[in-house]
Design a protein around this ligand. Structure first.
Ligand SMILES: [Zn+2]
Length: 395
C-alpha cells in the first residue's frame, strides 16, 4: 500500500487508447476452418501424460443440434450462458479440468458461428459455442447431462437446425479404456447453464449511456515502489498497471471517460492521486492492488475489497460489485469479503471509491493466476463489468 512521492502525470482517456493493443478474444488467434471432422481421431489431450492434460477427449455437435462430449471419467464440468447483444449472437461455454495443448477456433455453419477451444487458465479447457446474431436460445432449457462416466449430452432445444451441418473434433466413439469399464454412469448428473456474471469478451460488457460518466482508475504503487513482490518475483506494480490499462480501455470503449493516476512505471504519491480524483468530478474511483503476506505462506490466498465506511452506500455498492465480479472469475480463491478500511485514497476521495486486492502474490494459486496474461485479461473484463454495472445502477 505504501506509495512514494513524485510528479503526478495523469493522462486523459483519449491518450490511453493507443497505449496498448486489444487482447485477443479468449486467446484464440488461429481460425481454422476444419469443418466437420468427427472421426479424424486426433488426440485432444485425453491420455496425455501429466496432471494438467485436458479432460476433453472429443466433442461433436450433430446436425440435429445435440452436443456430445467424451471426457475423462467423472470429470467435473461447469457450463455458462451469455445472451447475445449489440450485433453478436448468444454463446454458451463448458469448462473442463485440465488445459488443452493449444487454443483454436473452428468456423461454424448454419446457426453456429464459431466453436473455440480455449485455455482460460492453466487448469482449464473451455469449449465455446458462439451462435449467429439473432439466434434464439433459452438458457433455462439447457441441461448438460452425464450419460456415462465419460460421456455428456446437451440438447440445444429450440435451435433452428435446418442449415446446421454439425461440427466436432476427435473420436467420440472411441471405446473407453478398460479401467473405466466398472464406473457407474452419471445418470443423475445435469449441469445447468446459468447466465455468466462476467462476459467472455469486450462486446459482452454492460452498456451505459455514452459520454455521461467519468471514472478514475488508480493503479497502486509504481516506479521505485514495486508494491508487494511475490512468488517468482511477480511484482504488484506490474500486475496492477497491466490490469488497470485494460480496464481503462474497456470502459472507454463503452463511452466512459477514464482518468488514470498513472499509466506507466512512475512514482506517484497518495495526495496527488486523491487531488486528481477530487478535481475531476468523477463518478467513481477504483484503486487496484494485489495482496502479499509472506513467502512462507503460499497457503494464504483470497480476494477482498475495501471502502471507507463514512463515504456511504454508493461506495459500498461499488465495492460489492467489484468483489462479486472478481470472485466469479477466480474459482477456489477465498472470499475475504467487502470490508471497511481507512486507506488514504478511499478515505480522502470525495466520490464513491473502492480499493481492490485481486489476490495474494505470495499465495500459490492466486500468484499463478495473476502471472497469466489471460487471467489478467479476464480480471479486467470482470472489473469493467462491475464498474459499468455500478454506473448503470445510478439514478
Ligand atoms: Zn498495494
Amino acid at each position: 500500500m505504501r506509495l512514494n512521492r513524485a510528479l503526478l502525470r495523469p493522462l486523459t482517456g483519449a491518450r490511453l487508447g493507443s497505449a496498448v493493443g486489444l487482447g485477443s478474444a479468449i486467446g484464440l488467434s488461429s481460425a481454422v476452418g476444419l469443418g466437420f471432422c468427427v472421426g479424424l481421431g486426433f488426440a485432444l489431450g485425453l491420455g496425455t501424460l501429466g496432471a494438467q492434460a485436458s479432460s476433453l477427449g472429443a466433442w461433436a455437435l450433430s446436425q440435429q443440434g445435440v452436443l456430445e462430449l467424451r471426457t475423462s471419467p467423472n470429470a467435473e464440468l461447469k457450463a455458462f450462458f451469455e445472451a447475445g447483444r449489440l450485433g453478436r449472437g448468444p454463446r454458451l461455454w463448458i469448462d473442463l479440468p485440465g488445459a488443452p495443448s493449444r487454443s483454436r477456433s473452428l468456423r461454424g455453419n448454419g446457426p453456429l458461428r464459431e466453436a473455440r477451444i480455449g485455455r482460460p487458465d492453466a487448469q482449464t479447457t473451455r469449449l465455446v459455442l458462439e451462435f449467429q446474431p439473432g439466434t434464439s436460445l433459452d438458457p433455462q432449457q439447457l441441461r448438460l447431462v452425464g450419460t456415462a462416466a465419460d460421456r455428456w449430452r446437451l440438447e440445444l432445444k429450440g435451435l433452428a437446425t435446418a442449415e446446421l451441418l454439425g461440427l466436432g473434433e476427435g473420436d467420440l466413439e472411441a471405446p473407453a479404456p478398460q479401467r473405466y469399464a466398472g464406473l457407474a454412469p452419471r445418470q443423475s448428473s445435469a449441469v445447468l447453464f446459468p447466465t455468466s456474471p462476467t462476459p467472455l469478451s469486450a462486446d459482452g460488457l454492460p452498456v451505459v449511456p455514452r459520454d455521461r460518466f467519468k471514472v478514475v482508475i488508480d493503479p497502486g504503487h509504481g516506479g521505485p515502489d514495486p508494491g508487494a513482490v511475490g512468488i517468482g518475483g511477480l511484482r504488484e506494480t506490474d500486475v496492477v498497471l497491466d490490469v488497470s490499462l485494460q480496464v481503462a480501455r474497456l470502459l472507454q470503449a463503452r463511452g466512459v471517460q477514464v482518468l488514470m493516476t498513472r499509466t506507466s512505471e512512475i512514482d506517484v504519491d497518495l495526495p496527488p492521486r486523491v487531488a486528481l480524483a477530487n478535481g475531476s468530478g468523477a463518478d467513481a474511483f477504483v484503486s487496484i492492488h494485489a495482496n502479499a503476506l509472506s513467502m512462507n505462506r503460499p497457503d494464504v490466498n483470497g480476494i477482498e475489497t475495501f471502502y471507507f465506511e463514512a463515504s456511504g452506500a454508493r461506495s459500498r455498492a461499488l465495492a460489492s460489485a467489484l468483489q462479486r465480479q472478481m470472485l466469479a472469475i477466480s474459482p477456489g480463491s477465498p472470499d475475504r469479503g467487502v470490508r471497511t478500511g481507512r486507506f488514504f485514497v478511499i478515505r480522502r476521495t470525495t466520490m464513491p471509491a473502492a480499493l481492490i486486492e485481486m489476490g495474494f502474490l505470495t499465495g500459490a494459486s492466486d500468484s499463478r493466476r495473476l502471472a497469466e496474461p489471460e487471467f489478467r485479461r479476464r480480471m479486467a473484463l470482470a472489473l469493467a463489468t462491475a464498474v459499468l454495472s455500478y454506473l448503470g445502477s445510478l439514478p
